[in-house]
Write a protein that binds this ligand. Structure first.
Ligand SMILES: [Fe+2]
Length: 178
């Protein structure tokens, strides 16, 4: 399925939320595809990268984050799991994995139980190289400042709240994809 048709289905109105989702998702897609182009030796699937990047944040609509035009009732940390559920209703299992494995550098069992999120408490880390690259590219963009690109240092700083492990993983990916 065309990822833009999926966005149309869940975000039918041309409003601020849909525009923000599109701007952010295209930034992430653009960065992921530029990384892929620099690293043909990794043998990444460009079509999968594009679908994963365009759909990774599809679940934000279900969260309570008014500063980015989201008026749902779930905590923002749930957006990946909400998105995964939405995509699974369409049978998009491969794309659903990008949703539930991209927050921070992937949410650990510990973060999930400490945050008391209403999902099974286990590790949700990106596994395929495409999942890792979309997660990596996403860390350079914030939806609250959609037109700014973070430096590597700023991206590292924003990962501090998920613990040292997240920063270490991000540095490792930087060596692979940058
Ligand atoms: Fe994102």
């Amino acid at each position: 399925m065309n990822p833009l048709a999926v966005i149309d289905k869940f975000y039918p109105a041309d409003d601020e939320l849909r525009r923000l989702l599109l701007v952010h998702s295209w930034h992430v897609a653009d960065m992921a595809l530029r990384c892929e182009a620099r690293h043909p030796e990794l043998g990444l699937d460009r079509s999968l990268l594009l679908r994963g990047a365009l759909l990774h944040d599809i679940g934000i609509v279900g969260t309570n984050a008014p500063r980015i035009h989201c008026y749902g009732d779930m905590p923002y940390l749930m957006h990946g799991f909400i998105g995964a559920r939405m995509l699974r209703t369409l049978g998009l299992e491969t794309e659903a994995r990008f949703c539930e494995r991209h927050t921070g550098t992937g949410l650990s069992r510990q973060v999930i139980s400490e945050s008391i999120l209403p999902i099974e408490s286990r590790d949700y880390f990106p596994e395929s190289m495409e999942e890792k690259l979309v997660c990596y590219a996403d860390k350079f963009y914030s939806k609250s400042r959609p037109n700014e690109v973070k430096t590597f240092e700023q991206a590292c700083n924003s990962l501090m709240r998920f613990g040292e492990d997240g920063v270490r993983k991000f540095c490792e990916w930087n060596g692979l994809f940058n």
